[in-house]
Design a protein around this ligand. Structure first.
Ligand SMILES: [Zn+2]
Length: 339
């Protein structure tokens, strides 16, 4: 909703930018004719316009046509905002109100210098007085506060590359998805390993409805799949929006730290692939055993009974609502929570 500002000229409400142009037009008109130009009708509220429209429909408008509010440029709700003026002059005869008259032609010529043109959509010829200004922007003012700047730090997915990756690299390497160095410097192969993991564990499909291309680009879709993973496993409670802000970063930090510990044996010098310790780790390498020693302040609420479908013998770590301690992870309680 535009907040229009108005001035009053000849006791008529006039949008401020239209008014500034009208004042110049009026001065030019006076200089040339010695007469004053004035406004007989400026901006009307929708209520005022509707009232006139109803009088017109009832044949009580003195023969003057009134448009609906939505069709009148005298109205805020009109087709292009309030930019119409009805004018008259101080001469002895009808002057500028008569289309084609001498003073009307002067008004048209001078008004054109300031953006005013006669008529408008549906305006009949007998309304010689109706002008609109479509050369200006209504509703925008120089002294208005600038539009709010973009929230600083709306994070781009690539910002994640500056986060800590050591534990992620260890997890990826330990699960055979990455064969490079553990250097906390995520290159294409590290991101490809992450994408492979996000695809295999179903996070990509859940986040974006498809698998990620394993192309090493940390783009919006990869970021969303990461957020899905962090939502399901690491206490992220924000939106899946590809804007990795503080919530995403904090959950990433938890995942990175825990996986770093769980795969501590995957060192800089480790070989290509470490066998996955059976029973200790989830598919993503989040270590149940390591995790239970962590602070619990962010722990997700316990799921309601019935959300868990695990069979006999399942071991559920306190932080983990769905993934079995061994075998493929399942996430029966995946309702996304928002902060
Ligand atoms: Zn009019």
């Amino acid at each position: 909703m535009v907040n229009y500002r108005y001035e009053f000229i000849d006791r008529q409400r006039v949008e401020r930018n239209v008014a500034a142009r009208f004042v110049k037009w009026r001065a030019d008109f006076t200089a040339e004719t010695g007469l004053s130009l004035s406004i007989s009708s400026g901006v009307r509220t929708a209520r005022e316009q509707r009232s006139g429209y109803l009088r017109y429909l009832a044949g009580q408008s003195g023969g003057v046509k009134w448009a609906k509010p939505s069709e009148s440029s005298h109205c805020e709700v009109g087709p292009s905002g309030p930019r119409a003026l009805d004018i008259r002059d101080s001469g002895a005869d009808a002057g500028v109100t008569v289309k084609g008259s001498t003073r009307w032609q002067i008004a048209v010529r001078l008004g054109g210098k300031h953006g005013f043109t006669w008529g408008g959509w549906g305006v009949p010829d007998y309304e010689g007085w109706h002008f609109e200004n479509h050369a200006i922007t209504v509703g925008v003012y120089q002294d208005m506060p600038a539009a709010p700047a973009p929230v600083p730090g709306i994070a781009r997915p690539a910002a994640m590359l500056a986060w800590r990756w050591t534990g992620i690299q260890r997890m990826l390497k330990g699960t055979g998805r990455y064969a490079g160095r553990i250097d906390n410097d995520p290159g294409v192969n590290t991101v490809r390993g992450l994408q492979s993991f996000l695809n295999a564990a179903g996070y990509a499909r859940r986040a974006i409805g498809a698998e990620l291309p394993v192309d090493g680009a940390l783009d919006a879709t990869t970021c969303k799949a990461v957020q899905q993973w962090l939502t399901q496993k690491w206490g992220y409670a924000g939106p899946i929006d590809a804007a990795p802000g503080t919530g995403t970063k904090a959950a990433w930090g938890r995942a990175e730290a825990a996986n770093g510990r769980a795969f501590a044996a995957v060192s800089r010098s480790a070989g290509a692939r470490m066998p996955r310790p059976p029973g200790l780790f989830d598919e993503d390498g989040s270590a149940s055993a390591a995790w239970v020693r962590q602070p619990r302040r962010w722990r997700r609420p316990r799921p309601r009974p019935g959300h868990l479908t695990g069979g006999p013998g399942r071991v559920r770590a306190p932080h983990d609502t769905g993934a079995p301690a061994s075998g493929r992870p399942r996430h029966p309680s995946l309702t996304r929570r928002r902060a």
